[in-house]
Design a protein around this ligand. Structure first.
Ligand SMILES: C[S@@+](CC[C@H](N)C(=O)[O-])C[C@H]1O[C@@H](n2cnc3c(N)ncnc32)[C@H](O)[C@@H]1O
Length: 287
């Protein structure tokens, strides 16, 4: 093999397995103090601390979401330093804070849940991030006005299918449930990706195997994106929030699995960290 082949070889996909029954395996969870709970995680050599209120309207970092940060640690080739980044569905600000600490020039944190903006700003301050390095926007990605596209877009979309039995009009529903097939935010993101990403920019996506990874890859390919799987993590389907409605949720997932639109075995599923980059033509026209 010539040395150029080695340099151009795609990086190996990293495989991670979180054992059955292990929760919060990818961070250190602190004790609940004054109704607040904290998660600590190391990202590219920097310690990130995220707090949310226990049982509040903003999702506490989950192992699903944290896989994106472990992928960033596993692949130094994923460029963050100096990037202008968009965090779609910022939640607690987990990715916003991690990217800012890993050297992003600026991060825009977007969430449809209004409580996320305050929590994200608080977590940014907690980690010593300059206020000018982060902007928060409350709103739906479908309606986001794009003034200047971003170098890096990160997202950990909701991935459970909706059912009226466990539907709730609150922040946690918005964080976990994504329409009839769980894909609501994935589909908006894919539809708007050309507008969101600057030429040569990258989407880094936490993709649940409950939401048809093949469909996303096909769409990206059709739209001219090169897509690689940075990391695959096998773990338990996080059903705790829906413990009382577990069987209803599974009954929504079984037909999706039968139609090959969801993949899981028993209560185990996978989260793939996908990195998609637009392949632009040499004249820069994108055609
Ligand atoms: C699974 S949570 C991820 C939160 C955080 N990024 C993390 O990984 O911990 C998904 C987030 O997306 C937000 N969200 C859902 N649909 C959205 C939409 N259409 N536009 C903007 N944000 C949305 C939810 O409110 C929620 O905070």
């Amino acid at each position: 093999m010539r040395s150029a082949d080695v340099v151009n070889a795609p990086p190996q996909t990293v495989r991670v397995r979180i054992p059955a029954g292990a929760a919060n395996a990818l961070c250190q969870v602190g004790p609940i103090r004054s109704g607040m709970v904290s998660a600590e995680v190391e990202v590219r050599g920097r310690r990130v601390e995220i707090q949310t209120s226990d049982e509040g309207p903003v999702l506490f970092p989950t192992d699903v979401g944290l896989t994106l940060l472990s992928a960033l640690n596993a692949d130094p080739g994923l460029l963050v330093s100096g990037a202008r980044a968009l965090d779609v569905g910022c939640g607690s600000g987990l990715y916003t804070v991690a990217l800012a600490m890993a050297g992003a020039a600026h991060v825009t944190a977007l969430d449809v849940n209004p409580a996320c903006a305050d929590v994200t700003r608080e977590n940014a301050t907690r980690n010593g991030i300059r206020p000018a390095q982060v902007a928060t926007i409350v709103g739906d990605l479908a309606e986001l006005a794009v003034v200047e596209p971003w170098d890096l877009v990160v997202c950990n979309p909701p991935h459970f299918p909706h059912d009226p039995i466990y539907a709730a009009d609150d922040g946690i529903e918005a964080a976990l449930v994504g329409g009839s097939d769980g894909r609501a935010l994935y589909d908006v993101l894919l539809a708007r990706l050309d507008e969101l990403l600057a030429p040569g920019g990258t989407l880094l996506l936490t993709h649940s195997s409950l939401t048809d990874i093949s469909r996303t890859r096909r769409t990206l390919q059709r739209n001219g994106y090169e897509c690689r799987t940075v990391q695959v993590c096998e773990l338990d389907i996080p059903l705790r929030r829906y413990a009382a409605h577990r069987d209803v949720l599974l009954s929504r997932l079984y037909p999706l699995r039968a139609a090959e639109r969801a993949a899981f075995r028993g209560l185990r599923f996978e989260v793939h960290t996908l990195a998609a980059t637009r392949i632009d033509s040499q004249d820069g026209s994108g055609e």
